[in-house]
Design a protein around this ligand. Structure first.
Ligand code: NA7
Length: 546
């Protein structure tokens, strides 16, 4: 790689740009953005910290990592040929298969030639005189482009617990999102898992059989429901292929782009027997149906929510043999589905194994990590491996790791110190020519569906700017205030916004992330798209264009 350099704009001339656009990150959004901008004939560079493409699916190699959305609803939809030639082997593909898929996409569209790997972006600074962004990598090399697109992911800044002694452990220890590329041998090992979110659940259920002894350190139990994964046979494969147009159309219509859509009935509009039968049916079905396809009011009405929470609590009691352990696995401080629902495969049964123990750290807090293991208030445990499934500094964390500076050197971190402020979740006033993919205040849901929409919208805006010889596109302060207020208003009344989780911006391991914020757009994806479409149809009049 070239050493430090800075391209200076010759006086009275157009600035010398290294690229027309720089994209930060080569995950699913960065890859697709590159493809679309190339279609416009643009010179684009993608900077990626990892050694390969794939983002989330590159970093999260922990045992059992897999989709919770149906594989076929998760892949890219933009290429018919790609849809025809790729066969998903399971309804919910594991991480290795997903990474193979993304590498196949990168090969097919020849993406790697414009991606620079092992290149972590440290800073990005806007220059008004040249209406361009200078991106500085960690090795201090610099590149200038007119447009800057962040594709840095909402869940990509892993956090370790703030527990004394984390660095002193002498065995192997891994954060799930920084899993080694080489296989980890669990055979006969004494293993600790800290954290019982979606990641912890997948890890625990997967390694429980092969480890010598597994101790799960649980602070807050989560409501989980069965994934019901299975292989896709040849006949189903055919149906999936022929049904793609209809399936993607359906994803466009549902609230959060999943295949599942809420039942129009309220939980109390049916008899007790009907409700119970409906819950049984959902519990036996694949995927997120029990969360996204449940009665329309379970995520907004406490009493409705209590009915499904009670149902799932009974399931946990049936599945876990030791009643004391079962009670510990039942959440008390939040209702079903008000945090991201982990989907599981014999997770609860793992606790029936003799080699698996549950340590409730609300009763016996962890005091420190020791060179040999973990010390709680009542016991000292020795381990060969400690796995931190402790989650991410979500949504804004990946932004805070880069020193973004807009007009007059204003820091994005400073601007967002009381929570993110955005226009459509894509732009920020004072940060011209910068667009965010899967940033705060966008519709997340079934993420690739949202990614494709966001990327297409950003591509439309950049295409319009180029056609119209615009060199500066910026959200207005008024637009940002209006959108931020709108996003906040949408969150009112949702039970999920009254619960601590990454979705409400809480992370006990990060300074300043102890107060709930509204960082997610919680309206419907169709409503989100309608607003963005309207802005585009009105030739981006809501933006400051120049
Ligand atoms: P999550 O869902 O944020 O879960 C993190 C887990 O780690 C959760 O159980 C936390 O308990 C626990 N945790 C975090 N810090 C600590 C400390 N210091 N001590 C003990 N336990 C701790 O992250 P995931 O990676 O599972 O999932 C993130 C998303 O990725 C997921 O929703 C999917 O969309 C994909 P807590 O609940 O805070 O008490």
């Amino acid at each position: 790689m070239a050493g430090p350099r800075e391209t200076q704009a010759p006086p009275d001339a157009a600035p010398v740009l290294d690229y027309e656009a720089i994209v930060i990150g080569a995950g699913m959004s960065g890859m697709y953005q590159l493809h679309r901008l190339r279609e416009l004939g643009m010179r684009v560079r993608v900077f990626e910290a990892g050694t390969g493409i794939g983002g989330t699916w590159y970093w999260n190699r922990y045992p059992g990592a897999r989709f919770d959305s149906e594989s076929y609803s998760y892949g890219y939809s933009f290429s018919k040929e790609l849809l025809e030639e790729w066969n998903w082997s399971e309804h919910f593909a594991g991480q290795p298969e997903t990474l193979r898929y993304l590498n196949h996409v990168a090969d097919k569209f020849d993406l790697r030639r414009d991606i620079q790997f092992r290149s972590r972006v440290a800073a990005a600074t806007y220059q008004e005189d040249t209406r361009s962004w200078t991106v500085t990598l960690q090795d201090d090399s610099r590149f200038r482009a007119r447009f800057l697109i962040t594709a840095i992911g909402p869940l990509s800044a892993p956090t370790l617990p703030r527990i004394e002694g984390v660095d002193t452990f002498q065995g192997q220890s891994f954060h799930t999102a920084r899993w080694p590329h080489e296989p980890v041998d669990f055979t006969g090992k004494r293993v600790a898992v800290i954290g019982t979110g979606a990641t912890g659940v997948q890890t625990i259920q997967t390694i429980a059989k092969s480890v010598g002894r597994l101790s799960v350190f649980q602070r807050t139990p989560n409501w989980c429901a069965p994934l019901h994964n299975g292989k896709i046979d040849a006949e189903t494969q055919k149906k999936i292929k022929s049904g793609y147009p209809e399936m993607f159309r359906r994803c466009q219509e549902t609230f959060a782009c999943f295949l599942h859509t809420p039942d129009p009935r309220g939980a109390f509009e049916v008899s007790d027997e009907e409700r119970e039968a409906f819950y049984e049916k959902l519990y036996a079905e694949r995927g997120f149906g029990i969360w996204q396809g449940n009665f329309r009011d379970i995520l907004i009405d406490r009493k409705a929510n209590a009915t499904i929470s009670d149902f799932v609590a009974r399931k946990i009691r049936q599945r876990v043999k030791d009643p004391e352990i079962a009670e510990k696995l039942i959440p008390r401080n939040h209702g079903f589905g008000t945090r991201r629902l982990p989907l599981e495969t014999f997770y609860y049964e793992a606790y029936n194994q003799d080699n698996v123990e549950l340590v409730d750290i609300t009763e016996t807090p962890i005091q420190r990590i020791t060179p040999k293991g973990i010390k709680t208030s009542t016991a000292e445990y020795e381990f060969d491996i400690i796995i931190y499934a402790t989650g991410f500094d979500a949504i804004t964390g990946s932004f805070n790791k880069i020193d973004f500076r807009g007009v007059d050197g204003v820091k994005l971190k400073e601007k967002w110190k009381h929570g993110p402020q955005t226009y459509l979740g894509v732009m920020v006033d004072g940060f011209p020519n910068m667009m965010m993919l899967m940033g705060p205040h966008t519709a997340l849901g079934n993420i690739p569906r949202s990614i494709e929409y966001n990327v297409d919208w950003v591509t439309g805006l950049i295409g319009y700017a180029r056609e119209s010889s615009l060199t500066r596109v910026e959200a207005t302060a008024m637009g940002v205030t209006a959108w931020t207020d709108h996003v906040k208003a949408l969150g009112v009344g949702l039970l999920s916004n009254e619960v601590d989780s990454w979705m409400t911006g809480i992370n006990s391991n990060v300074e300043g992330k102890q107060t709930r914020i509204v960082a997610r757009y919680s309206g419907s994806a169709p409503a989100y798209r309608a607003k963005c479409d309207e802005v585009a149809a009105n030739r981006y009049r809501e933006l400051a264009l120049g």
